[in-house]
Every structure is written in C-alpha cells, then in structure tokens.
Design a binder for this molecule. Structure first.
Ligand code: ATP
Ligand code: MG
Length: 564
C-alpha cells in the first residue's frame, strides 16, 4: 500500500481482536477468510469485505483464506471463480496458500453429519417442501415437530446413506438438525442441513447428489481451516446461534468467532449479485464489466485504481449500523488518486473547426507542455500547432452570457500551452449552425502575457493534422433513484421493479472526439486527466482506427441530483 493511503483506523472488530490477543484466546493467531459464493462477479460491497478480511490479516501478521462457498452448483460457474481470483489479486491482496473450496470438505461435512445423526442431533425428514413450510410456523407462531423427528438413529443413518446413494428424488427427503421447533429464532427450528440436488458440480463433478446447506457448511469450513474471526454482514446475526450450535455439538479443530458488520450500500446503484446478474442477462448493460456497473471489474474498466477502492473502504469504516454511502465518496477517492498520478492531455470531445488565417498554410510549430503541472518528474510532451485546429463546441458562444471567459466573436482567448487567438468570423451551414471559426493569433503570446490587455480565458484544443480520432464515453449514475429497491417497493404495481429506475441517460457516446498525438499510443487501462474535462481511461474497445476513452469521473463534483 502506498504511503498516501489512510492508515487503518480502529474499529470494533480490531478491539475484539486486540482483546483476544491479550487473553490468548486463539493462541494469539488471527486467521480470517473471504468466502464468496461463485455465482456472479464481485461488487464494491465485496471490496469492503475483502479489504477488511485481508487487511486485518496483513496488519496482525496473520493469514486470510480465499474460500469459494460453493454449495449451490446450479448457480455457480468457473467464469465467476476466475473473475473473483482476478479481482482479489487486482485489489492488491494475496490469499494464504491455494484458494479453498467448501466442496473440498464435502466428505468431512458428510462425516460430521453422520456424527450428528449418531448423537441424535439430526434426522432425515420426509415432509414435502409445502408441509415443511407449514410445520415451520411463523414469526408469531411456534413451529410443530416433524413426524419424522423421533425416527431412530439407525433409520436416520440408513436413510441418509441412501440419500447420498441417489435413491430418492430431489425434494423427497432432507437432513435436518434437531434443535427446537419452538425457538423464537426461525433459523433454529430444525434447519435443513442437507438436500438432494441431482446436478453436476463444477469442482466435484457427479460425486455427490446431496449438498450441504450454507449455514451448516460455513461454520464447519471455518473450523476446518482454523479461522479465528469469521466476519460476515449483519443479516447473519440471527444465524450465529446456529453457527455456534453446530460447532458445539461436534468435535471440531476449533470454534471460530462469528462477528457481524454492516454491509456497504451505495446510493444510485445496487449491490446484489443476483440483481446485477439480471442487468447483465437482460442486456441493460454490456456485461459484468460495463463501466457503469458497481462491480470491481466495471470500476476497473471505468478507470478506478485499486488504491482508490482500498482508500474508499478505509474511509467508510466498519460499524454495526447499516447505512447508505454517497457515491460521491467513491468518486472523491478516485479523483484524489488521479489528481497526482494521471498525466495531463488534451482531447476535444465535441470538435468545432477553427482556421487561423494568420498562420501559414504548411507551418507546423512544435510546442512543449508539462505532463503534470505540479510534478516535473512526469516529463513533458510535444504538441503540434497548425493552421487548422479543433476546439470544443462548448467553448464558443456567438451570444455570450455576461462575464463569459471563453471564445466569442471579436474577443480573445488563450489556447492552452499555445498562443492567444481572436475570433474574426463565424461560418454557418444552411441550417444556421456554426461549423467553423476564422481566427487570428498573436505571435507574441507564446509563453507570455499579451501586451497591454488581459486575456482571462484558457481553452483546450488539438491540431487537425496532429490528432487522432476517438470515441469518448461519458457515464452517469446507473439508476435515477437514490435507492432503486426502495423506490420499486413504493409502487403498487406488482411488476414494478428496481429496473424501472434505470437511468436512461447513464451512457452518452461522443463519437467524433479528437485526441492529441501523445494519446495515440495509450493502452487499455491508462488514465489521464483531459484538461478541463475530467479523468479518463483508455478502454479495451480501442482499435488502430479509433481510440475509446471512458470518463472515470469529472474534475469536480458537479453532479446534481436527478429531479433537482
Ligand atoms: P450478494 O447478495 O451480492 O450475492 P452475498 O453476501 O450473497 O452478496 P457472497 O458471495 O456470499 O455474497 O459474499 C462474500 C462475502 O462478502 C460475505 O462475507 C459477505 O458478507 C460479503 N459481502 C457481500 N456483500 C457485501 C456488502 N454489500 N458489504 C460488505 N460485505 C459484503
Ligand atoms: Mg450469498
């Protein structure tokens, strides 16, 4: 991590770990894990969990495992496994040893289940899913014992083995923990710990047709790996009694401590793999790495750096209270990083032709500009000035508002890193649109102020002959509602959906931009500050004929809330 990043601040999890180290609770060790289910690409919420788990392991000189929680083979895919590894590495973290899979422990988990049956703590239940739902009760009503609850250990062992052997259909039988059907906590009402799924698994192939449930798998996988502090989001608080119950019944290598923290919610977007997958599947975005997506791969393609995401995670902190973080906080972090690290360049996004009549037809003058105004070590770049140049349409007004500092008729403006020019004439097409400006330049203004007058405005430009074509993609919020889920819920219409709040203007393509020559060799992932425009990154869609740039973020936080 670079020196400029915020030093880790203390939080309640660190206090717990400090106390555990003092009391030698886990022999002084700190072992964490990041346990994604490989059913989608990781998003910014996962980045918080990654930074927390790997960050704590780094700080306490412990270790952090990457474990794929792969108990739902239907929804999982190797593509997701590969993308998750890539994203964790890209964020700058190294997992301990090889990546782990819950499926590595399927045999051990099965043996533990047999053990539970022998202890009289688990039974095979043959209620249909509908019946089981009825027996479960509700928040206000206790559940009822299943008629299969008192089956003998021998019968349970026999049925469980036959479940494993594939003798029963999906849904016909499940293995349940025998806890308490009257518990106020529904998670403790004899939860299912194994179910039948006759599907191939991406790691274990057809070796298994019964798969363990998440709650049962998670605590045991943690114990098998010697995890000391098992960090998860607040919605698992009600599952902690089950986590502890399973570990209390069995002789496991250790008993990790589950600690819950608030998940990250970011406004104007969603952080749920399931919903993000819907955006991808229904083609509302171009893919998981669409630069509008809050996925780590989308942010990377948008031009976010790993350092900026780590900084963001540190800034938002770790608490026990759910809240919503403003997208502006994430943007602040990337702006701050790129302000010092991104070289400057000029790119005219919406070009207007300017002919300098005082300039000789074939005259080419080589000018030099710093790559960073405050950092000489970044060097200088060469810019060529010619008779025909482009400026941005938004930098010219025929009828300027008061105090206008850019170009207008009969007024002067400075071309950044070049001369002062004056607009003498406006050329329009038949439709009355401005298509060209005829200007003249003051030869005595290169690198110095003009004689006897002040020229306040500075605009960017590129030479027509010495620039390259580019497409610029400007992104806005993906959703027009601050909380798309809440907005969807307020509608009576049952079909109303978070998708209804997609921002139709989240992508604006500017196909005719022109970029200065120094950008011609830029590679996908390179970041720049386009002077006066914002921070941009070269997209992998760039070709030999046309560069493609993504706007990472504007120069300032000029974003106004939709509807204001
Ligand atoms: P999703 O609903 O997006 O699928 P998940 O919690 O089901 O999220 P997992 O793959 O199970 O996704 O999550 C891996 C880890 O990341 C878990 O420990 C989980 O608690 C954590 N995590 C997921 N989303 C967030 C979030 N928004 N903020 C912080 N941590 C998160
Ligand atoms: Mg999950």
């Amino acid at each position: 991590m670079s020196d400029t990043e915020t030093k880790p601040s203390s939080n309640f999890i660190r206090h717990i770990i400090d106390a555990d180290i003092s009391s030698n609770k886990h022999n002084g060790a700190v072992v964490t894990r990041f346990p994604p289910e490989p059913n989608g690409y990781l998003h910014i919420g996962h980045a918080k969990s990654i930074c927390l788990n790997f960050g704590l392991a780094e700080d306490y000189k412990g270790r952090c495992n990457l474990r794929f929680d792969d108990t739902n083979p239907e929804k999982e895919d190797m593509e997701y496994i590969d993308s998750i590894k890539k994203d964790v590495s890209w964020l700058g973290f190294e997992w301990n040893d090889e990546p782990k899979f819950s499926s590595d422990y399927f045999q051990q988990l099965y043996d533990y289940a047999v053990e539970l049956i022998k202890l009289g703590k688990a039974y095979v239940c043959s209620l249909s899913p509908e019946e089981a739902r009825e027996y479960r009760g509700s928040l206000t009503e206790a559940g009822k014992d299943s008629p299969y609850r008192e089956q003998s250990v021998e019968e349970n062992l026999d049925l469980f083995e036959r479940m494993k052997a594939g003798e029963f259909d999906e849904g016909a039988k499940v293995l349940r923990a025998k806890i308490d059907m009257a518990s106020a906590n529904i998670n403790m009402r004899d939860p299912i710990i194994y179910r039948i799924r006759k599907v191939e698994h991406h790691q274990t192939g057809n070796a298994w047709c019964i798969y363990p449930m998440y709650d049962y798998t998670h605590c045991l996988s943690d114990a098998i790996e010697g995890i000391t502090h098992s960090l998860c989001t607040l919605e698992f608080e009600d599952h902690r009694p089950l986590y502890d119950w399973v570990l209390d019944q069995l002789q496991t290598p250790c008993h990790p401590q589950q600690i819950e923290f608030a998940r990250l919610n970011l406004n104007y977007t969603i952080t749920s793999k399931r919903k993000l997958k819907l955006l991808v599947d229904d083609k509302h975005v171009t893919g998981w790495d669409d630069p509008r997506m809050p996925t780590i791969s989308g942010l990377r393609r948008r031009g976010y750096t790993a350092a900026s995401i780590r900084e963001f995670s540190e800034r938002i902190g770790v608490t026990k209270v759910d809240g919503v973080v403003d997208m502006g906080t994430l943007e602040f972090c990337i702006r701050e990083d790129l302000e010092s690290s991104a070289p400057r360049a000029m790119c005219v996004i919406n070009p207007l032709k300017v002919t300098i009549e005082s300039w000789a037809d074939d005259q080419v003058e080589e000018l030099s500009a710093p790559c960073h105004p405050k950092d000489e070590s970044m060097g200088r770049r060469s810019i060529k000035m010619t008779k025909v140049i482009y400026i941005d349409r938004s930098d010219f007004e025929e009828v300027p508002p008061p105090k206008y500092k850019r170009l207008t008729v009969d007024k002067e403006v400075r071309l950044r890193n070049s001369y002062v020019i004056k607009c003498n004439k406006v050329i329009k097409n038949d439709a009355g649109e401005v298509i060209e400006l005829i200007c003249s330049h003051d030869v005595d203004t290169l690198g110095k102020k003009p004689e006897g007058r002040k020229v306040k405005g500075v605009i960017h430009w590129v030479s027509q002959a010495y620039s390259v074509p580019a497409e610029v993609r400007i992104y806005d919020r993906l959703f027009s509602a601050e909380n798309p889920d809440a907005a969807a819920k307020q509608h009576d219409d049952e079909n109303s959906h978070f998708l209804d709040f997609l921002n139709p203007d989240s992508l604006q393509v500017m196909p005719d931009a022109r970029a200065e020559m120094s950008l011609a060799t830029s590679q996908a992932g390179d970041s720049y500050q386009f002077e006066r425009e914002g921070y941009f990154t070269t997209d992998a869609d760039s070709s030999a004929d046309k560069l493609v740039f993504n706007r990472t973020v504007s120069l300032r936080d000029s974003w106004v809330k939709v509807g204001k």
